[in-house]
Design a protein around this ligand. Structure first.
Ligand code: NAP
Length: 398
């Protein structure tokens, strides 16, 4: 029996992780769940009558959310459950002795501290929150490699690479991450400048939370994935490439020294990587419908148009500079994406905010967690100031 805590339990990945728990009777026990402030779906998930639900902890982001959650939960469901608030509660849950597997699927910087805590406590971690590796890859790797914890990627491309590289007898020459290209793959810069939130959230192949969907439209998400792959697979950034593949059937490719390429193909659904990470070392069965190669037709690949998607290069740049630059990249992007989702700035303003905050930053080498937090706070503040300026300008324009 594997005792599971799901951080980000109400999100797109968190929901899939709960489905995996429910569909393997006798294999998992769900002992903890965390969410941000949307307490209704959390209360609903916590109130289920299911033999695998043995809750000991619930966590939400604010004290106000805890009050709302407590009001929603029937007394029987609250008995024996500790309801905690914020990062301390996430960390306590992630490192509790009664937890074996931690699914980290919260969005953004909030995933870092519990990822580190779980690995340091020797847990198995199914990591969806790529931001943890982006902002503090060296700390996550130290916690992972230096202890008994295990780290399994949940991102589809990294799960594919994990499958392709398992048992490899040679070091690969290059890794390729595929990108669908998002809703603006063929759009002009002018069209991207006018893009609405609704158009941006209409992803052609994947159904995901709003932050990652916007990041997919700007290819910032692919930039984050490049940094994630570098830490997970110990690969130089110059040897990690991105190739546009609109069908999202091929998830990753590995180039070998003999000149061959191997590829992983699957129906684009996150159930597969989530289930693979949670069941390891056992394999998943019928996670997604099997692919019939005779029905695939032509698979299309093309290079990224880097002029139209400059955030991809910004990620390589920040990754090569290292220090606190990747944390600043992430924080500036989080603020700018939220400002876009709130209708305050344009889609193309996200890259302006990210570039300017990176330019203003003075990095620290080999930062510890506190230094990374400080850089994160600084970048959020700078990014918010820039968003306010851009918002003011667009009001003047309209
Ligand atoms: N979706 C995908 O297909 C996919 C694929 C690969 C990787 N990922 C990565 O997985 C992570 C989650 O993505 P998602 O698409 O599942 O996002 P999502 O649907 O937006 O869900 C985010 C989850 O995080 C919770 N949350 C937000 N702020 C929090 C905080 N401060 N403390 C604790 N929990 C908080 C949310 O709670 P509320 O519901 O209360 O807001 C929700 O449960 C991201 O890092 C993303 O990059 C996602």
């Amino acid at each position: 029996m594997t005792r599971v805590a799901i951080l980000g339990a109400t999100g797109s990945i968190g929901q899939l992780a709960r489905d995996v728990v429910a569909s393997h009777p006798g294999r998992f026990e769900l002992v903890g769940m965390a969410a941000g402030t949307r307490v209704e779906p959390l209360a609903e998930a916590a109130s289920q009558e299911a033999p695998w639900l043995r809750l000991r902890w619930l966590n939400v982001a604010t004290a106000e959310a805890r009050e709302r959650l407590e009001a929603l939960l029937p007394p029987a469901q609250k008995a024996g459950v500790e309801i905690t608030v914020g990062e301390d509660g996430l960390v306590a849950m992630a490192q509790a002795p009664e937890v074996d597997l931690v699914v980290v699927a919260v969005v953004g910087f909030a995933g870092l501290a519990p990822t580190l805590a779980a690995l340091r406590a020797g847990k198995r971690v199914a990591l969806a929150t790529k931001e943890s590796l982006v902002v503090a890859g060296h700390l996550v790797r130290e916690a992972w490699r230096g202890g008994k914890g295990e780290l399994f990627p949940v991102d589809s491309e990294h799960s594919a690479l994990w499958q392709l590289l398992e048992g490899a007898r040679q070091r690969p020459s290059r890794l390729y991450l595929t990108a669908s290209g998002g809703p603006f793959r063929t759009a002009s810069r002018e069209a991207m400048a006018q893009a609405t939130v609704e158009e941006t959230l209409r992803h052609p192949t994947w159904s995901m939370g709003p932050k990652i969907t916007v990041d997919s439209a700007t290819l910032m998400n692919k930039g984050f994935e490049v940094l994630e792959a570098a830490w997970l697979f110990d690969m130089e950034l110059d040897r990690i490439h991105v190739v546009v593949h609109p069908q999202s059937i091929v998830h990753a490719l590995v180039a070998w020294p003999d000149g061959s390429l191997t590829a992983q193909l699957a129906v684009p659904h996150m159930r597969l990587p989530v289930e693979r990470a949670m069941l390891y070392p056992d394999g998943a069965v019928e996670s997604v419908p099997a692919l019939d190669p005779t029905t695939l037709g032509t698979l299309h690949f093309e290079p990224v148009d880097r002029a139209r998607f400059p955030l991809l290069d910004a990620a390589y740049h920040a990754g090569k500079l290292g220090g606190t630059y990747p944390a600043v990249l992430n924080a500036a992007d989080e603020i700018a994406v939220q400002a876009f989702l709130d209708g305050r700035i344009r889609l193309v303003d996200i890259e302006r905010v990210v570039h300017q905050v990176l330019e203003r930053h003075e990095s620290h080498d080999a930062p510890d967690l506190e230094t990374i937090r400080e850089a994160d706070r600084w970048a959020r503040h700078e990014a918010e100031d820039l968003c306010q300026v851009l918002e003011g300008r667009s009001r003047v324009r309209s």
